[in-house]
Design a binder for this molecule. Sequence first.
Ligand code: FAD
Length: 325
Amino acid sequence: MSSRVWIVTQLRDGELHPASREAIVAGRALAEALGTTADAVVMGSAVNEVAAGVASLGVSAVRVADRAELGDYVPGPYTETLLAGVADGGPEFLVFPHTYQSVDYMARVAHGWGAAVLSEVVSFAPDDEGLAWVRPILEGKLQARVRLRGEGPVVVSVQSGAFTPAEAAAETATIESQSGPAELVAERELLGIEDAGGDTVDLSAANMIVSVGRGIGGPDRMSLIEDLAAALGAEIGASRPVIDNGWLPRDRQIGSSGQTVAPKLYLAVGISGAIQHLVGMKGSGCTVAINKDPGAPIFNVSDYGIVGDLFEVVPAVTKALQESA
Ligand code: FAD
C-alpha cells in the first residue's frame, strides 16, 4: 500500500546527501501526525546501494527510479519522474530537504501536480484544526505559523538543521521500482561542478572561535575581529553571508553548509542566529553574543549576551584582554 507521505531524498557524489536524513525524520513525523506511513523516493543512476541504506532509515518503503537519465541532476527528468510517480502512487505530501537542488525543481513539481508549497519548514504540530506549520520569514527574523486551507496535495521542504538526522532503524523497508515516463528529456547538460573552496582550516578542533557575521559590514573592518581573535588566541569563523560576500574564505564558514564546531568558547559577533548557523555551533561549551538587536535569536542560545554596537564593544573587549595579558 502506498504511503500518504513521500520523502524525496537527494544524492551527492553517489551518496545520500546529509539533508536527506533530516527530511526523512521530518517526513516520518508528518506521517505519524497524519496516522499514515512514509515512503522514501530515491532517484539516480546505479543507486542500489543508496536505496538499501535508505531502507534502513525507518521508512515504510523505498521507491527507486534508477535510470541513466537521472545520473546527473537536471530538473526536467527529476520533475517528470516524480510527477509520474505521484500520479501512479497517490501520496498527499512530498517532503524535500531544503537544498539548492530541491529549490531548483520542487516548484515545477508542485505546479505539475497542482500542489500547494510550504518551503523552509522548521516544525509542525497538530492542533484542534489540523496541522500548524512553522517557517522562518524575512531572512529568519520572524517565524510564521501557517495553516493550509482547502484540499489537495502539498509539497514541503524542510530547513537544514531543523530536524535530527535519521539513524538506522531496527526494521528494513521494502524496495520497490518506481515507474516513470518512457522517455526522459534533459533540457540542460551538466558541464561540471567546481568546488567553491576546500576545507583547509579545520575549525572543529579549535578551542576558541571568534565568529563574525554580516553585522561587520565589510572586509575593510575585519581587522577588528582579527585583533580580538589574536588577543584571545582564537580561530576566526564566520556566518555564510560573510563568505558569500567574499569577506573571508569559504573554509571559515560555520553552519549547515559549512563546518560543525564545538569549541569551549564561541564568540558570535554581528550574527543574527539563523537556524542554519546555529546547527553548526550549538555544541559549543560557552556562547557569547555581541549584537545591537536585543531580539536577535542568537541570544536564545547564548550563555552571555552583550547588546551593543560591535564597533564599540569589540575594541573595548580586545583592549581589556590585551591589558590583562
Ligand atoms: P544577518 O542575519 O543579516 O544578521 C546580522 C546581524 O548583525 C543582525 O542580527 C544585526 O542585528 C547584527 N548587527 C548589524 N550591525 C551591527 C553592529 N554594528 N553591532 C552589532 N550587531 C550588529 N548561514 C550560516 O551562517 N551558515 C551556513 O552554513 C548556512 N547555510 C545555509 C544553507 C541554506 C540552504 C540556506 C537557505 C541558508 C544558509 N545560511 C547559512 C544562511 C542563513 O539562513 C542566514 O541568512 C545567515 O546565517 C545570516 O547570517 P548573519 O547572521 O551573519 O546575517
